[in-house]
Design a protein around this ligand. Sequence first.
Ligand code: CO
Length: 487
Amino acid sequence: MSKPVVFNQTVLRDGHQSLAATRMKTAQMLPVVEKLDSMGFNALETWGGAIIDSCLRYLAENPFDRLRALKKLSPKTPHQMLLRGQNIVQYTAFPDDVVRAFVKCSIDAGMTNLRIFDALNDTRNLKTAIAATKEFGGHAQGALSYTVSPVHTVEAFVQMAVELEQMGADSVCIKDMAGLLIAPVAYDLVKAIKAKIKIPLSLHSHNTAGLANTAYYAAVTAGVDILDCSIAPFANGTGQPDTLLMQEMLQGSGRETKYSKELLFELTKYFEGIYQELSAYTSPDNERTDVGILRYQVPGGMMSNFLNQLKEQGMGDKVAEVMDEMTYVRKCLGWIPLVTPTSQIVGTQAMMNVKMGRWKIIAQNTKDIVLGKYGRTPGPIDPDVLKLVCDQTGQKPIEGRGADLLAPKMDELKKELAAKNLPATDEAAVLYAMFPQQTEAVYNGSAKPEVKTAAPKVSTSTDIAKTRRVALTVDGVRKDILVEEYK
Ligand code: CO
């Protein structure tokens, strides 16, 4: 227990993804990259998640060029990226050859640590990415997507961590994308996982509800090896805990970190300037600790999209009923975690159930989940719903991995690129597979960086979808449900 904990530095990825809509430009990073490299962090998180989409869509940057530029100025520290398993950095599955090529291109461009997760925690969706990372010389970190449900027990997460180690992962991450992890659970989870695996364990959380600092502290006392921290003002709120704050909290714990305070103050000052420059994309809603969860039961703003949708359907008076139905639908669909795209699917199905009667109409996306096309659900699908869907579609649930049904695509992608007079390289092809128009615009030079002065309307594709626990009183019974928020 005496071994000090180490920090990953997320300011160049999740920090601004969470607090400034992923809009930090490469030019705004370069002046401090050498300084960050000198500080001895376990890793610098610089890439993946929504970065690639944002570079192509909003900043007119080639994301691989960004990675190379950052790596050149920070060669000493490993770089970390977030990869959505078979979905790469998109929301639907890609064929294995595209996943492999993406991993290889990332490592060739300077990436070292690939953090790989699946929204359903279906380890089959992590297999190709983990194997490719190992093959091409990277560090494969398998992540557990943390969520709260009757089937998401400590035992289930421990089992998944063990499975990831057996699959060849070099480390494991507890990825609490919604900031739901409370200190006692963090302690139990870390203790239990550390007892069963030999590889390092890291914790990633968000301070949205003000829970992450104490969860981190509890995890440190339970023996976690690595914590993800950012640098204020791209820290706290919906982002990671602040590095300085976390370091201070650990004084006297026996596992203190010793990152230069002086440099951290300098960096905070620098990033305050950048935060100002990005003010069109920042919001007080993201900066505050959302006590609405505790005080109003349904936090304002959080479900604004969904509430609007209900109003449009003339169901503004049925909010509580629909929220209750969401829990029921989620249960019938095997307690799937609510992150994009499953959150929209569950919400829409719940709305239809309330409006027309349960399962009178089943949406196509719901059918796809039932038929296993998104992956294996954490719990079993309700047998009655399964029968309904099988009868309606004449199909049976797929046995294997969704991506097994996908034909290789790299050759075709390169042909398309060549036909457009664009470079038929692996890099261009993997980007083109995910973001065709945006990639074309960046490669042919027609892309223009977005100029915004007012508060932006952020499209869902670059948002992190977050789930949050909401206490809701329905018919006098208090229930916890998970809902999604965009930011
Ligand atoms: Co995150």
